[in-house]
Design a binder for this molecule. Structure first.
Ligand SMILES: Cc1cc2nc3c(=O)[nH]c(=O)nc-3n(C[C@H](O)[C@H](O)[C@H](O)COP(=O)(O)O)c2cc1C
Length: 174
């Protein structure tokens, strides 16, 4: 499977998590790229797109995502398999924890993508998060500021779920 991991990162945390995810997916052909440098036309070359962002300002997506999100369209994303990951700080920002990833979620869903890799909302301490869709997060959530000791295990567990979702998707499709 050809996988693109596109991330936006101010201080390197999301970039780091992108690398950890890439490592955990080593059996696949994975490209890790900063969203700043990605031409969205290249999304067509991949079987799975994994998008990651941190949260900034008043609970917003990392700034480098804005330009790409404004260009997202159905022609490129409709029917495309997408998984998401979001970073936040649950101690400093418990009322808007990891909100930013929701902007990417809304955009890909509105453009017809199929989101996989929803993630359990257990084991996190926060008050409110826009990343929550029903009872699950719309993707893997990481708190690198306060719980970096959990990051690798969270990635490993999430990848296991993601692999199951991929198999289910392929079975349903065929
Ligand atoms: C000024 C500022 C605003 C932030 N706003 C939020 C926020 O609203 N919600 C949240 O969960 N985290 C927030 N964070 C925490 C970052 O998302 C977190 O540190 C993240 O790991 C940074 O990742 P990056 O280095 O990849 O950008 C904020 C951090 C700073 C410094």
């Amino acid at each position: 499977m050809k996988i693109l991991i596109g991330y936006g990162s101010n201080t390197g945390n999301t970039a780091y998590v992108a690398e950890v995810i890439s490592f955990a997916l080593a059996e696949h052909k994975v490209t890790v790229q900063n969203i700043k440098t990605i031409n969205i036309e290249t999304f067509r070359d991949y079987d799975l797109l994994i998008f990651g962002t941190s949260t900034w300002s008043n609970g917003e997506v990392q700034k480098d995502w804005k330009d790409s999100l404004s260009k997202f369209n159905k022609d490129i994303l409709s029917g495309k398999l997408v998984a998401l990951f979001g970073l936040g700080d649950s101690v400093m920002f418990p009322e808007q924890f990891a909100n930013g990833v929701r902007e990417i979620y809304d955009s890909v869903v509105n453009n017809g993508a199929i989101v996989i890799g929803y993630w359990k909302n257990e084991g996190y301490n926060y008050i409110f998060s826009r990343a929550l869709i029903g009872e699950k997060f719309c993707g893997l959530i990481i708190d690198q500021d306060n719980e970096s000791n959990l990051t690798v295990q969270r990635v490993v567990d999430w990848i296991k779920e993601l692999q199951k979702d991929i198999v289910n998707y392929i079975n349903v499709k065929n």
